[in-house]
Design a protein around this ligand. Structure first.
Ligand SMILES: Nc1ncnc2c1ncn2[C@@H]1O[C@H](COP(=O)(O)OP(=O)(O)OP(=O)(O)O)[C@@H](O)[C@H]1O
Length: 227
């Protein structure tokens, strides 16, 4: 079997030195989709933050997209994040820049060089999320669902092996949430693993996948893949 895109072993997820989740062991393979659920404050965001190195992994071991997490030097964090797509519930687009400029900002920050390759990549990702016509629009002129599509397009710019999504449908109505889930399914089917934190059990029923649950300081795994 190929190396998992994400693996934690006996990891402690902590905030400010206080453990939030203990003895966390699970792996996610290429093209896998898993939900991450649990009550408010149970540790979902803390786990995701640890995976994109916004919180340090102080105990246990882990690799994400080929990067060993414990003792990951700060200088390596941008390289890790280039391999990841990150999507939050609040869209975090630059409000004073057009859709294309928002995407260009990321391409410039991640080392894309030629103007034609950048333009082509922007056309490609916007086509993929069904927003070809939105290139020159400002984010606040788009609906919430469209803004989330731009965020997903932005997350796809560098062809991530793993998409981390924290409540990506949290601010969206059910119909638009469905559109986002269908888009995630397409992205997932083309080889990107997805870990999606959500409170939306209707979506989980409708689009069933593995479920990781944060509960009482532990991570429960519907697949029990490492047991
Ligand atoms: N910046 C922070 N500093 C200190 N403690 C924090 C911080 N952020 C979260 N915590 C604490 O860590 C624990 C886990 O919070 P976390 O945000 O990971 O939960 P969550 O499951 O994502 O919740 P929600 O569903 O509300 O987003 C909580 O006890 C919370 O109070």
């Amino acid at each position: 079997m190929t190396e998992p895109v994400l693996e934690l072993r006996e990891a402690t997820i902590q905030q400010e030195g206080q453990p939030v989740l203990a003895d966390v062991s699970f792996a996610l393979q290429k093209s896998e989709f898993s939900y991450l659920v649990g009550r408010t404050g149970s540790g979902k965001s803390s786990l995701l933050k640890t995976l994109y190195a916004d919180l340090p992994l102080l105990s246990g071991s882990g690799t994400v997209a080929g990067f060993a997490l414990p003792k990951l030097p700060a200088s390596k964090i941008p390289y890790l994040r280039r391999k990841l797509g990150i999507v939050f519930q609040d869209f975090q687009l630059l409000s004073d820049r057009t859709v294309a400029e928002n995407l260009l900002f990321v391409l410039n920050a991640t080392g894309w060089k030629t103007k034609t390759s950048k333009q082509q990549r922007i056309i490609d990702v916007l086509g993929r999320v069904g927003l070809t016509g939105a290139t020159n629009r400002l984010p606040h002129r788009l609906s919430g669902g469209e803004q989330q599509r731009v965020v997903i397009a932005r997350a796809m710019l560098n062809e991530p092996v793993l998409l981390l999504a924290d409540e990506p449908t949290g601010n969206l109505d059910p119909e638009v949430s469905d559109d986002i889930m269908r888009l995630f399914a397409e992205i997932n089917n083309s080889g990107t693993a997805i870990l999606m934190a959500t409170h939306n059990f209707q979506l989980i029923d409708k689009y069933p996948h593995r479920v990781l649950t944060c509960k009482d300081g532990q991570l429960l795994d519907s697949a029990r893949s490492l047991n």
